[in-house]
Design a protein around this ligand. Structure first.
Ligand code: ADP
Ligand code: ADP
Length: 218
């Protein structure tokens, strides 16, 4: 089963009168259960590609297939439905609502997904957050917040996880801890994973790596 299939992707951003190309014919294919690391310097298009794969950014040419859907044929509502139920997105710190406790955040996420994989408290404890259920996101450490962000994704039972620098703001030890949780639950749930990272140790833990320096052409 193919989870993601991109062929001949073209994308540029207009800055003033000029179009700055990011992708000029990128192709990639990812099977379900596989993990892929996107590497490359800042500005090489890692975030842009993740945004394209969850429908938050359009494309100029080529084809993008995600979980059996052709991207161009999906409406914004259909993309939003995929992000609610099948594509788990982990951007740095972004998926926790500051006004809700960790448990309330997770419950809301599970309710929205409509296919929660086990009780919310179990997910908090699986990610080492037992006892912190009633804390607000700004009342826990960076490592704990990032593990809560992973719980938010795995509670929905996703088919594809997209993670942008999931360990980027963490010290080395905490980063390894968060990565352990990410790969453990990716394998346990059998979903595919694409992560963007500068951390080559993290990239090496993925099945494959795509270096986007020079537009990803290899
Ligand atoms: P990375 O995640 O690898 O740092 P990005 O995907 O953020 O790279 O950026 C790729 C290129 O696209 C950069 O040159 C960046 O300046 C440009 N870019 C990204 N987002 C926008 C935007 N919204 N408007 C204009 N240019 C953008
Ligand atoms: P980590 O290794 O996860 O980064 P820290 O060493 O930063 O953890 O934090 C150690 C302890 O301090 C944790 O149990 C955490 O709950 C608590 N803590 C850290 N930051 C905060 C905060 N902003 N508010 C409340 N408690 C915090």
């Amino acid at each position: 089963m193919t989870s993601v299939n991109v062929s001949g992707l073209r994308k540029s951003y207009a800055t003033g009168a000029e179009a700055v190309p990011v992708f000029t014919g990128l192709s990639l294919r990812l099977a379900s259960h596989e993990s892929l690391a996107l590497t490359g310097p800042s500005g090489s298009g890692k975030s842009t590609l993740l945004n394209i794969l969850c429908g938050l950014e359009g494309i100029d040419g080529g084809e993008v297939h995600v979980l059996g859907h052709e991207g161009a044929s999906l409406s914004n509502d259909q993309w939003a439905g995929l992000r609610r139920q099948r594509i788990g997105v982990v951007f740095q710190d972004s998926n926790l609502m500051p006004a809700l406790t960790l448990e309330e955040n997770l419950k809301l996420r599970a309710d929205l997904a409509g296919r929660s994989f086990g009780p919310v408290r179990d997910w908090l404890s699986r990610l080492g957050l037992a006892g912190l259920e009633d804390r607000y996101p700004d009342q826990v450490s960076g490592g704990q917040r990032q593990r809560a962000a992973l719980a938010m994704v795995f509670v929905m039972g996703p088919d594809l996880v997209l993670a942008d620098e999931p360990t980027g703001s963490l010290d080395r030890h905490t980063a390894r801890d968060v990565a352990d949780a990410l790969f453990h639950w990716q394998q346990a749930q059998g979903c595919s994973l694409i992560l963007a990272t500068h951390d080559l140790e993290l990239a090496d833990r993925c099945n494959r790596r795509l270096d986007l320096a020079g537009g990803g052409q290899q």
